[in-house]
Design a protein around this ligand. Structure first.
Ligand SMILES: CC(C)(COP(=O)(O)OP(=O)(O)OC[C@H]1O[C@@H](n2cnc3c(N)ncnc32)[C@H](O)[C@@H]1OP(=O)(O)O)[C@@H](O)C(=O)NCCC(=O)NCCS
Length: 321
């Protein structure tokens, strides 16, 4: 089949179900490290991510009616280079093995970029494995690498647990904690009320919690997703550090990680962030690999001369999807 033998539809056009998408994701990402099992329940929740509109998400449908290729698009107003970017973040780009190398993923990405530009988005952003086939594919479509993201993994306990630190499921009252958090890095998306509501509804298989000192939560806490991910070829229980909330010194970060009640901790950070590298090392985590953040300008303001500086790893778009 040639690329023209497939029809490009939006996920809103029907037939693109949670079951079909999770089955395709399992086929395409099941063997990858650090991937949370894409169950239908997880998919249902993920598709409710604020800014992700089924109209923007695309699929290529084969003549037999099955989904051959798909991607998610999430509109997100990111802080970039100290100003605002009306970004469209893409993730979960996947093509069923029997339909690969026919230009389907490329077609979905270029179509998604055209539509994002039409609705006024000015930057397209994605995360992928460093020096991977997909990175080469995206480079060929005009994306450029804006940051190298280190993925550090370890078991808590190398750094002494901090006294009085507690772990609990994210609760309504934490909206204040999240809403008050701000990072100066490019790519940061402030926590809106809608985003907090979505996090509060995460499924049991991706249970989002807060670890911190209850008496000084602001500035002394981490948002962590408890899930099962593939580490060294095996499915293992892990805490994925989604965010470190506030200004934390190296020792505090290490001790928070050391206090996590899970056998493995996973943290992503801009490889240029020497403070995070030091904290992870102190916590006994070691860098297992690198991802990259890539950007495609949809408007002149983000052309080749734009300097993005340190990049904030949008963990929900990196790990598990
Ligand atoms: C990455 C992935 C989505 C690519 O899907 P795809 O539909 O095969 O992508 P395309 O066909 O557009 O491009 C793939 C390659 O085929 C080439 N190609 C495109 N049309 C072609 C054709 N008609 N004949 C031969 N090759 C072709 C492209 O140039 C590209 O080459 P490259 O790998 O050297 O860059 C797919 O391999 C996949 O699902 N992988 C597993 C999941 C994954 O890693 N996703 C990315 C996460 S960020």
């Amino acid at each position: 089949m040639a690329a023209d033998d497939y029809s490009i539809v939006s996920h809103a056009d029907g037939g693109v179900t949670d079951d079909a998408l999770s089955a395709l994701a399992l086929t395409c990402f099941g063997g990858y490290g650090l991937v949370a099992p894409p169950t239908p329940a997880f998919m249902e929740w993920y598709r409710m991510r604020p800014g992700m509109d089924a109209q923007y998400c695309l699929a290529a449908i084969a003549q037999a009616g099955e989904i051959a290729s798909s991607l998610f698009v999430t509109d997100a107003d990111l802080q970039v280079s100290g100003t605002g970017a009306r970004a469209a973040v893409i993730d979960t780009v996947m093509t069923a093995p029997q339909h690969r190398k026919r230009g389907l993923a490329s077609r979905l990405i270029t179509t998604a970029a055209d539509r994002a530009r039409e609705r006024g988005r000015d930057l397209m952003v994605l995360f992928t494995g460093a020096d991977s086939g997909p990175e080469r594919l995206y480079s060929g479509l005009g994306f450029r690498r804006v940051a190298r993201i280190a993925v550090a993994i370890g078991s808590p306990g190398a750094a002494p647990a901090r006294e009085g630190v507690t772990w609990r499921r994210l609760a309504e009252g934490d909206r204040v904690l999240l809403g008050g958090y701000h990072s100066t890095a490019s790519g940061f998306r402030p926590y809106t009320p809608g985003h907090c509501s979505w996090l509060l509804r995460s499924p049991a298989s991706y249970s989002i919690g807060v670890i911190g000192d209850p008496t000084a939560l602001v500035g002394q806490a981490a948002l962590v997703a408890g899930t099962v991910v593939r580490i060294e070829g095996e499915e293992r229980e892990a805490g994925l550090v989604v965010d470190l909330l506030g200004t934390l010194d190296t020792d505090s970060v290490a001790r928070l990680m050391g206090s996590l009640p899970v056998p493995n901790v996973v943290v992503c950070y801009d490889a240029m962030d020497t403070a995070m590298a030091a904290a992870c090392s102190l916590a006994g985590l070691s860098v297992q690999g690198y991802d990259v953040a890539m950007a495609l300008p949809l408007a002149d303001r983000w052309g080749p001369s734009a300097d993005f500086g340190t990049w904030y790893p949008l963990t929900e778009s990196i790990i598990g999807f």
